[in-house]
Design a protein around this ligand. Sequence first.
Ligand SMILES: C[S@@+](CC[C@H](N)C(=O)[O-])C[C@H]1O[C@@H](n2cnc3c(N)ncnc32)[C@H](O)[C@@H]1O
Length: 230
Amino acid sequence: MPLLFKKDGKTIPPELDIPGANSTFEWINGQFWLHSDDPKEKPIGIEIDKILDRHLDFFRKSSVQKELFARAIGIKGAFKPRVVDLTAGLLGDSLLFLAAGCAVTAVERNPLVSFLIESSLKNADHPLLEKFSFQGGEASDFLKSRPENDVIFFDPMFEDANHKSSPKKEMRIFRNLLAGDSDAENVLSLALGAGIKRVVVKRPRLSRELLDLKPVRMEGKSTRYDIYFP
Ligand SMILES: C[S@@+](CC[C@H](N)C(=O)[O-])C[C@H]1O[C@@H](n2cnc3c(N)ncnc32)[C@H](O)[C@@H]1O
């Protein structure tokens, strides 16, 4: 039985009462937060305005261009690509791209995660959000609309033998909730056929490539970006 926390007259929509999801939401500071399975841990919520301000502050002191993600998605001088993030999750990457100056469309298929995103968007007021849009649903459906963008970004939770399990709370909650994105290779194939000239896949550094297509690889300490030019 999922545990749905209701407070301050705020109720969780019945469609999120998903058997087996075992999720507990809590209403804190104007938006919903999601608890992990450990009652001692703080819940996670997406504090969009705070996150964007923190990134902007960082980019005032250090050039965006120096960042590996920026080179991976093709930011070059004044050119800031329009990005489709097919795997929004907790918006970590989307908000980074937005703060770096890109317009971002984010897509998320999991209804619980979409609910968190929508709740946090309603509670956000940052001027950068003018260049952000969110769509709940399947990446493959979104791609059928042939979106006009410069880059597709894809960060599935796709595991393989070299991927050591992450101790991070967010990842643990996600794993319990989402059980892995086993269709990742199929979605990547669709993305490569979507008529967009750059497709970037974020992977754990030591993991294998999703398709046997020899992408350009950019490696960081723990992350790797595989870049395809279809
Ligand atoms: C590893 S997480 C992404 C984390 C995100 N990049 C961040 O920084 O917070 C993967 C997310 O993508 C979503 N996802 C995976 N495959 C998808 C698909 N085909 N369509 C839409 N969402 C998808 C999952 O539900 C999950 O929330």
